[in-house]
Design a protein around this ligand. Structure first.
Ligand code: ARG
Ligand code: ZN
Length: 890
């Protein structure tokens, strides 16, 4: 059934308190749920309908007495509750089977422990409840379990009491003083140990911080604790938001559907975002941990203290919290260029995943209007585009104005379940003189309209009048259910660059203020022109600096010289990087579209410009590495209306080989200059050096592949063997794979032997093989063989993502085969997974989002595979929604 945003109705009952008692047993856990409810006086009297799923119901008591009830589908319906305003005591006794819970929603077992995941609708798999975010209650939780097997018993809030019971069992009683929706409930019962830290916050309050892991993993928790301490300090300093709990716990589990979960006071994490030591985690892993720890911690205010009224408002907490974690990471990075590197990384991710989502069958607004399965809407649109929308508020009202808006938001709504409109209103009301307040309704179209707008820009210089006029025009392609779009409000951060590379002062005609070197223009109509006075020479415009809006930018009539000028001179590091990307992309696209494959993809001037970047002593290694990261197959495909994956693969391969050979001398000298980064510290400067050294090594091994040279593969193997940290080890291994070296296979085998007991490293091992460059069409066969590997388990989401999802989503050249074997594999795996974990299956299903843009024979074969999946009668709602959208008007 489809759920519509406009059908929202307040609940007929409120639940004020919940008292839960768990007798934990893997096969049969008993749950006693005692609630106090009252009727919502604002809603006409009606029966109570409680959500439940996969529960065995044993008893229902109302005010201590037996009562009549019925089960309608998944709901427990009580029709004869007392009338009037008095509180009602409702007691429900159920059992469930955590060991059979392979969906990993609700209460499940993992590696000998119990864990929960309740967002969005997992609590109903624990007990009957009004499982919706606008019903907020205080919880008291008693946990009872065998002491030896489950020495640690955790739930939200404060520990009231703990002790021993008969028969080797023990108990703990927890109380959470904050009202919360059911999706923030959590419990853990497992054999864990904790790294602990006590802190005193600014108000003089003491707090206990704990990171719980399996005993062997304690040596990988230092970075996580550090990140938590930094998060706490940052939220106080930047937003005046302090830790409100005596105890803040993080628990890591290796079986987890998502990255992590912000349960009040008891965050549960995928081990991937907690565990790190230099020998097992890469620089990217360390960064990922910092941002996810920050993200979940920041949810305590943006998500938990103020939560969502209904799930259509998901971006209220997710967009805002992603924005906050991005700002946190940027602030930690420090230098302007390290900040730019962060921003470029985030924008690359946004464009790769969200822009692609926006142009496919699953396109939806930041605040969706309908869904069949809410789990399918934890998307790049809700998260990453949502974060860009929040960033635009800050761009429009400034950092101080944004802080004022946040303050007002908390003043008005602390303790409430609210909507995206409430957030927008607080931002506008706190900044009454802003362009945001003046055009709030236009701005809010970012929440209601799907699709990526195109910003068309053209400039004209009038030498006689010494003026430069910039004309901005916008359009937005249709998306499913939204054929026509109204204009968006687009903030365009910009500057003008003079002939010598200098920034030209910007004075809008008729404006008398002091000229600025950078401005934010606001486009809120279909088209607008801006004329700058006293411009002495024809400038090169630099638009959308820092990527100030989530749009495609089209610079009309711009020649290559202008791009090269920006690459050489733009004061905005983001746009400098962007200029290089555009230069390379344009040439890659014409190579794909040419009737005959050209001998060279890039022209000489582009190669010269790339070389100049590598040789520029003023630029950081991290930035150089990003500029020389070439457009990949998926990015190229996104630019095309008809996609021939094998043709794109050929061009991409030619591009890589060309850049390797053309810059050979530079790769050599860069490798020598950066290969040794000293003792491992996960921080941006040395991480940049490692990234550049690894890129250089990869290119040197690519050159060796053509020349038959064995020296560089030999060096790479040596580096792989001797590496003191995982970043260098993975870099060398990838170089061997890219170089198609005969040493690649022995290196992979050695890697497995070294790390066979490190689950997160094994994930890397599977992923490397699933995503390796497929020059001989053998990767699919290898992936199939790896499914039979003793370390592969279809029930573990991290492993599935590393092998199956990575292959189908991130290795287009291997996946899209003319013989359709990739699609057959995809359908088989979606169907196999659907019976185990529907959320993971649905994510895999989305690898076919863009099948309609495929050229033949791919398109027909893909359609057939999708129809085969859709034909399965008892498909989960998750996968059903994805494939039926993909097939719509096919
Ligand atoms: N709220 C969590 C976070 O963003 C993610 C929950 C994931 N839930 C899901 N159904 N995918 O931190
Ligand atoms: Zn989140």
């Amino acid at each position: 059934p489809t759920i519509y945003r406009h059908d929202y109705q307040a609940p007929a009952f409120w639940i004020d308190t919940v008292d839960l008692t768990f007798d934990l047993d893997p096969a049969k856990t008993r749950v006693l749920n005692k609630m106090t409810l009252r009727r919502n006086p604002d809603v006409p009297a009606q029966p109570l309908r409680l959500d439940g799923e996969e529960l065995n119901l044993a008893r229902v008591l109302v005010n201590g007495q037996g009562t009549s009830f019925k089960l309608e589908g998944d709901q427990l319906v009580l029709e004869n509750l007392p009338e009037g305003a008095d509180p009602i005591a409702l007691e429900i006794f159920t059992t469930c089977n955590p060991s059979k819970n392979t969906e990993l929603m609700g209460l499940y077992t993992s590696e000998g422990g119990f864990f929960t995941q309740c967002e969005a609708q997992g609590f109903r798999r624990i007990t009957y409840f009004l499982d919706r975010p606008d019903v907020m209650a205080t919880y008291k939780v008693t946990l009872r379990a065998e002491k030896k097997a489950y020495p640690v018993l955790l739930s939200n809030g404060n520990l009231l009491e703990q002790g021993d019971l008969e028969d080797g069992r023990h108990f703990a009683v927890w109380h959470d003083p904050f009202r919360k929706p059911s999706y923030l409930f959590a419990l853990v019962a497992a054999p864990l140990v904790a790294r602990e830290q006590r802190i005193v916050s600014r108000g003089g309050k003491e707090h206990l911080l704990q990171v719980f892991v399996r005993p062997g993993d304690l040596d990988k928790t230092e970075h996580a604790m550090q990140a938590l301490l930094q998060s706490i300090a940052w939220d106080e300093a930047r937003f005046g938001l302090a830790l409100d709990l005596e105890r803040f716990m993080i628990v890591a589990t290796s079986d987890f559907n998502a990255g992590a979960m912000e349960n009040k006071g008891l965050n549960i994490f995928n081990t991937k975002y907690v565990l790190a030591k230099p020998s097992t985690a890469t620089d990217d892993d360390y960064d990922g941990i910092t941002s996810v720890i920050g993200h979940e911690y920041f949810h305590n205010w943006t998500g938990n203290r103020i939560t969502c009224r209904d799930w259509f408002q998901l971006s209220l907490k997710e967009g805002l919290t992603v924005f906050r974690d991005q700002e946190f990471s940027e602030d930690l990075a420090g230098s302007p260029s390290a900040r730019a590197v962060c921003r470029i990384g985030n924008v690359r991710g946004l464009r790769a995943v969200q822009f692609s989502e926006d142009s496919g069958p699953m396109a939806h607004p930041v605040r969706p209007d309908q869904y069949q399965e809410i789990a399918n809407f934890y998307t790049a649109t809700v998260y990453e585009k949502g974060a860009e929308v929040v960033r635009m508020y800050q761009t429009l009202v400034g950092r101080d104005g944004f802080r004022k808006g946040m303050d007002l938001y908390f003043q008005r709504h602390d303790g409430q379940a609210v909507t995206c409109d409430d957030f927008a209103q607080a931002m506008a009301d706190a900044n009454p003189d802003s362009a945001l307040a003046a055009q709030l309704e236009v701005f809010k179209r970012w929440y209601s309209q799907a699709g990526t707008p195109v910003l068309h820009a053209s400039g004209s210089y009038d030498a006689a009048a010494q003026t430069y006029t910039l004309t901005l025009r916008q359009s937005c392609p249709a998306t499913p259910g939204q054929p026509a779009k109204q204009p968006f409000l687009i903030p365009v951060r910009m500057g003008l660059i003079g002939r010598d590379g200098q920034a030209l002062p910007l004075q809008l005609q008729g404006d008398t203020g002091t000229p600025l070197l950078e401005r934010v223009l606001v486009l809120h109509d279909t088209e607008a022109s801006f004329t700058f006075a006293d411009i002495p020479e024809a400038p090169v415009p630099s638009l959308l600096r820092q990527f100030s809006a989530p749009v495609w930018l089209e610079l009309q009539g711009e020649d290559e010289a202008a791009q090269l000028h920006r690459l050489a001179h733009d004061s905005d590091a983001f746009n400098r990087w962007e200029a290089a990307q555009r230069l390379m992309m344009a040439q890659a696209v014409s190579a794909v579209q040419a009737s005959e494959m050209p001998a060279q993809v890039l022209n000489a001037s582009t190669l010269d410009a790339l070389r100049a970047v590598l040789r520029n002593p003023a630029l950081d290694a991290a930035f150089k590495q990003l500029v020389l990261t070439l457009p990949d197959e998926l990015e190229i495909a996104e630019e095309l209306d008809s996609v021939d994956p094998q043709r794109i693969k050929m061009v991409s391969e030619a591009l890589c080989q060309q850049v390797a050979h053309a810059l050979a001398e530079d790769w050599l000298s860069l490798y020598e200059a950066h290969e040794n980064t000293g003792a491992y510290v996960p921080e941006p400067v040395s991480a940049g050096r490692r990234a550049l050294a690894n890129l250089a090594l990869e290119n040197l091994c690519r050159i060796a592949r053509d020349s038959g040279d064995v020296v560089w593969p030999g060096k790479a193997y040596q580096r792989f063997k001797d590496a003191s940290n995982m970043t260098d080890r993975m870099g060398a291994l990838r170089a061997l794979l890219e170089g198609q070296s005969v040493l690649a296979q022995p290196a992979l085998e050695r890697f497995h032997a070294l790390f066979q007991d490190e689950a997160l490293v094994l994930d890397k091992w599977f992923r490397l093989q699933a995503t390796r460059n497929d020059l001989d069409g053998k990767v699919l066969g290898q992936v199939r063989a790896l499914l039979q590997h003793k370390d592969f388990h279809l029930s573990n989401p991290n492993r599935v993502r590393s092998l199956i999802t990575a292959f189908c989503h991130a290795n287009p050249g291997a996946f899209h085969r003319a013989d359709a074997a990739g699609y057959v594999f995809w359908a088989d795996q979606v169907l196999a997974l659907d019976g185990i974990n529907a959320q993971i299956a649905a994510r895999l299903a989305r690898a076919m989002d863009h099948w309609k843009r495929l050229a033949e024979p791919y398109r027909s074969a893909a359609g057939e595979a999708i129809r085969r999946v859709a034909a399965k009668p008892d498909l989960s709602a998750d996968v059903r929604e994805v494939v039926s959208r993909a097939l719509q008007d096919a």
